[in-house]
Design a protein. Structure first.
Lengths: 173, 758
């Protein structure tokens, strides 16, 4: 896998529209380069985390993943649709925390059940993870679409910016 | 590099300066020989870059990673590797070759004469060296004509990098399969009047001043496959002087003259010397000789495995996939000779009046039974197991011809075979059905069994009276005893099932309660599959396909029957032991558990002995010993192979012994090492099946699919990791076994330790 391109320059003061576009590019680059995420599910009272293979739509508004219905995460998702995804490039920068870039993505997950939607979302997921073709089609697997509310983008250990796709001018669903 | 396909394709005579990592060992060597003017058949080489383009663009790299990454290679049994190899091969055969690459291959064929058939051969980097040889493990396709056939053959050869035998051999050599690549050599076929192999040194002792030439009439394949006995010359290496000649055994009994003239032997000797000087090591050559011209087919370093009687790991892995000719010979012997003989042997032993024998006679009978069993176990290993490959041969043959989406579609061709076990199960189910119609009798049988953890023949006599008094009782008892005699005079572990009628009673009552019919999957159109096969091979090969189908079906049926018949032999040994043990115990001369098969010698000795000292049997080998350290880490989700689709939950019932069979209830998840044909009668009660042994073609997987029961197999150490009674969810779609319910009991139970505050 190629290293992520360094895009934008969040440290430089810029007009807000430019900064937002730059951040969007950085977010896009990071999700493009990282095929896996940690899915965080709520629980009452116990939260849980699982590694998942995911794909995100080009407009960064939706993410999708699949899970067997026998799993703990499926059980938790059926109780609460509020989720977070952690996506990061720490595997590239194990020596220097300052170079790690991370995203915490918040949103709401819903199980996809309509035939047409299933085809669309599974095509997105399988397009990125070809090896999941059989897995996604299995009757005991549920496909989820996450409507993304917000991205928290973290660099240099503690520098955090947020970006909400719904607030992006000109974006449409 | 190269022409036409750029880095993908190189004419053989230009391969001389190309690294072996690019063209593979076979092509690199032949390229050097061709470059030096030695007679080598015209050819082109598809480099490993062509292979990489194919697997990357076709998504096959993902398929390989999924198949081989799901479990560690070390924990995969041969059957599982075979399955993975079948699925990989199927994916290779159905994936298109990228257009540009296919175009380049077609274009490269313009170099050939066009009239001669082609050979498409593997040439993997690192394939052959002085310390290892993949000869025969990767495939070659001969007699290929036309561009489309070449493209198919190339895919077959690429796929053979992932054949079961090649994977096993790499595992043995600790080679990383993920770094394996395959180049392919396409050559014009040259088939002389005589062909053979030649060793520049004696492979058994390379320090001797000797070389060996072997020759057979016609193509070399007959020699390599061991189908024809060769003429053999031993020469003095330093001078070329012939030391000995031995003619091969031919069908004609007349003494035939040597296959090679003296000058032809000299030519081969000279070629060996030239090749050795060129390559720097003494070669093992394959050659063919026609029209007074010698052609070198292959040259590789001599390995100890080069001698055909050598027994290395590669030789053994090759026996895992016998040729069709070998299967045909085995079919005749197994079906016409061995199975009837085994069946007669079991019947003969069952006819012995053991109770009437003196102690001495009984001791001899026990030893005889033990010997008979050992003999048949040898036959099982040497002939029944290789013949079981017939069904795998059919699977690969069907997939090559039909290229179905589901690589296991061919299993539909095997439905309806009359197994011994299937006949037994049908009779048991029919009895259960009759019992369902007699509620009073059913209730009486359940009352007998309530609170009983199993009874022996004595208590069975009491039950018999109770049950016989019910309406329909006498007829039921007769049928039950008749089924027990006909089908349950067999061993399960160290128990003889005929001694445990209570197990059969509990099975029949539970089956009667379970449902009014066994669930069945949709009927398979066997006839339609046959027609697909015949259409796939074409009219010219219809007879061949019909033979392959017949052998596959026979292999399928006999691999089940042989296990049932072996169980009968084991049962006869146990019967002798039980009678002997009863006599010894009555005299106070036997103490300890058993006896089982392992104590046959001790019991026989004790029966003969004149001493009055008691014989101590050691504790019976426990099948229940869990693996070390199993308790410390609790499994939550176990991975195996999805062997029969479906999703089901139920309590785990670990079956190791006959007692466990008796405890098996409807709705339990059957967990065992491997389902044997001697236990399939309980399977219809199971909610799902989980086995340690993996494979799509093993008994458990087959019966589960036939009954529509979810099955996951190939779950390492499952009988150690799962506890009896634990809730299991079996996902036969994905090959996942979830242990227990998803809960957070530990997290929500509150703090168990005080947190230090200072």
């Amino acid at each position: 896998m190629d290293d992520e391109p360094v895009l934008g320059g969040a440290q430089d003061p810029e007009p807000s529209g430019v900064a937002s576009a730059a951040l969007r590019l950085r977010i896009h680059a990071l999700v493009e380069n990282q095929p896996f995420a940690v899915l965080c599910t709520g629980g009452d009272p116990q939260p849980y985390g699982s590694l998942i293979a995911f794909a995100i739509t080009d407009d960064l508004r939706w993410a999708t993943f699949a899970t067997p219905v026998t799993t703990r995460k499926f059980q938790l998702l059926s109780r609460s649709d509020r989720v977070a995804l952690l996506i990061d490039n720490r595997c590239r920068h194990q020596e220097n925390m300052m170079e790690v870039e991370a995203l915490t993505v918040t949103g709401r997950a819903r199980q996809v059940s309509e035939r047409r939607d299933l085809d669309r979302w599974s095509a997105l997921l399988v397009g990125r993870h070809g090896y999941l073709k059989t897995f996604v089609r299995a009757p005991s697997v549920a496909l989820f679409a996450v409507e993304i509310v917000r991205y928290f983008h973290v660099v240099r250990f503690q520098e955090v910016q947020q970006w909400a796709p719904a607030a992006e001018p000109g974006s449409s669903r | 590099m190269g022409t036409g396909g750029g880095a993908w394709i190189i004419p053989l005579n230009e391969a001389v300066d190309v690294p072996v990592t690019m063209v593979g060992g076979k092509a690199a060597v032949l390229g050097r020989l061709a470059g030096a003017g030695l007679p080598v058949a015209r050819g082109v080489c598809l480099t490993v870059l062509a292979y990489e383009s194919f697997i990357t663009e076709g998504g096959l790299a993902d398929v390989i990673r999924m198949e081989l990454g799901r479990k560690s290679l070390d924990s995969m049994r041969w059957e599982e590797l075979w399955d993975a190899a079948l699925r990989i091969r199927s994916a290779f055969l159905t994936a298109p070759i990228p257009d540009r690459l296919a175009g380049a291959i077609r274009e490269s064929l313009g170099r050939f004469d066009g009239r001669r058939p082609l050979a498409v051969r593997s040439s993997a980097p690192g394939e052959d060296s002085a310390s290892r040889s993949f000869a025969g493990l990767h495939e070659s396709v001969v007699g290929v004509a036309g561009a489309d056939e070449v493209l198919t053959a190339v895919r077959v050869v690429w796929a053979s990098l992932w054949s079961d035998a090649a994977l096993l051999y790499r595992k043995e050599l600790s080679l990383d399969p993920s770094s394996s690549r395959m180049a392919v050599l396409i050559q014009e076929m040259v088939s002389g009047e005589a062909s053979g192999v030649a060793f520049a040194r004696d492979p058994r002792d390379q320090t001797l001043d000797r070389e060996i030439i072997e020759a057979v009439p016609g193509p070399c394949g007959n020699l390599v496959d061991g189908l024809v006995d060769p003429d053999r010359w031993i020469l003095r290496h330093s001078s070329g002087e012939v030391l000995t000649w031995k003619g091969g055994e031919r069908e004609s009994t007349d003494t035939a003259p040597p296959l090679l003239e003296t000058h032809e032997v000299s030519t081969i000797h000279g070629t060996l010397n030239v090749v050795e000087q060129l390559l720097g090591w003494p070669p093992d050559l394959e050659w063919t000789d026609g029209h007074a011209a010698l052609t070198v087919l292959q040259a590789r370093p001599i390995t100890s495995g080069s001698v055909r009687d050598g027994e290395d790991a590669r030789t053994w892995y090759l026996t895992l996939r016998p040729t069709f000719e070998r299967l045909r010979a085995l079919a005749t012997r197994v079906a016409d000779v061995l199975i009837p003989e085994l069946s007669r042997e079991a019947a003969r032993l069952a006819g012995d009046e053991l109770e009437a024998m003196t102690d001495d006679q009984l001791a001899r009978a026990i030893e005889h039974r033990h010997d008979v069993l050992q003999h048949w176990r040898g036959v099982y290993h040497d002939e029944f197991i290789p013949f079981a490959h017939g069904v795998r041969y059919l699977g690969a043959y069907y997939n090559d011809a039909v290229r179905p989406d589901d690589p296991y579609e061919f299993l539909g061709l095997l439905r309806g075979e009359r197994f011994l076990a299937a006949q037994r199960n049908e009779e048991v189910h029919s009895l259960a059905k009759e019992l369902r119609a007699e509620p009073g009798l059913l209730a009486a049988l359940e009352r007998c069994g309530a609170g009983s953890d199993g009874v022996g023949p004595t208590q069975w006599r009491a039950w018999r009276e109770t049950v016989g008094a019910c309406p329909g009782g006498p007829g039921f008892v007769d049928r039950l005893e008749q089924i027990a005699r006909a089908h349950f005079d067999t061993a399960f572990g160290d128990a003889r099932l005929a001694d445990r009628p209570d197990l059969l009673v509990s099975l029949v009552t539970r089956l009667a309660r379970a449902s009014d019919g066994v669930s069945r999957t949709a009927p398979v159109e066997t006839q339609a599959l046959e027609e697909r096969l015949y259409a796939g091979v074409g009219p010219a090969r219809r007879k061949e396909a019909s033979d392959v189908l017949a052998i596959g079906r026979l292999s399928w049926r006999l691999r089940d029957d042989d296990n049932v018949l072996m169980g009968r032999l084991e049962g006869q040994l146990l019967l002798g032991l039980a009678i002997g043990a009863a006599r010894l115990r009555a005299r106070g001369r036997l103490e300890g558990d058993g006896p089982g098969e392992a104590q046959a010698g001790q019991v026989a000795e004790a029966l003969r002995g004149h001493s009055t000292d008691p014989v101590m049997l050691g504790p019976r080998a426990s099948a229940e010993a869990p693996g070390a350290g199993a308790a410390s880490a609790a499994p939550r989700q176990l991975i195996g192979q999805p062997a029969s689709p479906g999703l089901a939950t139920g309590p785990a019932r670990i079956v190791r012994t006959a007692e466990d069979l008796g405890r098996f209830h409807a709705g339990d998840v059957l967990v065992c090492d491997a389902i044997q044909p001697t236990m399939t009668q309980v399977v219809p009660l199971a909610a799902a099946i989980v086995e340690r042994r993996g494979g799509m073609l093993i008994h458990g997987a087959i019966i589960a699919r036939e009954l529509g029961i979810p099955c996951v197999n190939g779950v390492a150490r499952v009988t150690d990791l799962v506890t009896d009674g634990e809730a299991l969810t079996v996902d036969g779609h994905l090959g996942i076994v979830s242990v227990g319910a998803p809960e957070f009991d530990l997290e929500t139970a509150g703090p168990t330790r005080a947190v230090a505050t200072s």
